[in-house]
Design a binder for this molecule. Structure first.
Ligand code: RB5
Length: 152
């Protein structure tokens, strides 16, 4: 009998530039069996991305094992804002390789995407690659410990 993979809970948020992609990702992940917490925003009205970075970062730090997804126009603002929170390693990814390495080497706990820079199909592929990869530990843990030391 094959063992069923334990899926991490997901917390996802976006600003107005990313809300359609966010809803698309929520639909896809929910259909794949993930439990997804939607932190908004849920419409095209202009909002400030740090507010949504904070909501997702708060869930990710409060519930270890949770993976965050943050989306804005470029993904840059979300990654800057999320990385201000203790214990957060937010990675802005833009292709298949960076999506895998963000997990394998950096053990990122928040994935950031630029909705204006990626097609919806590409964004979904990057989410899936990130979630399907695993942290490699070893020398990478030593480097992450050094990042954690900078956090204090
Ligand atoms: C909003 O227009 C835009 O600035 C935001 O979505 C994001 O790209 C910031 O980094």
């Amino acid at each position: 009998m094959t063992e069923k993979k334990q899926l991490p809970p997901i917390a996802i948020g976006s600003d107005h530039a990313g809300f359609e992609l966010k809803n698309n990702i929520i639909r896809t992940l929910s259909m794949s069996g993930y439990t997804v917490t939607n932190c908004g925003t849920d419409g095209p009205e202009s909002v400030d991305y740090p507010d949504f970075a904070e909501k997702v970062a708060t869930i990710v730090t409060a519930t270890p094992g949770t993976i965050g997804v943050l989306i804005c126009g470029t993904g840059i603002g979300m990654s800057i804002a999320a990385n201000k929170h203790h214990g957060i390693r937010a990675a802005l990814v833009y292709n298949e390789e960076t999506a895998a390495l963000a997990h394998e080497h950096n053990n990122a706990n928040i994935l950031c995407l630029g909705a204006r820079e990626l097609s919806p199909e590409k964004a979904l592929t990057l989410v899936s690659i990130f979630l399907d990869s695993a942290f490699e530990n070893g020398r990478h843990q030593r480097r992450i410990d050094k990042i954690s030391a900078l956090d204090h």
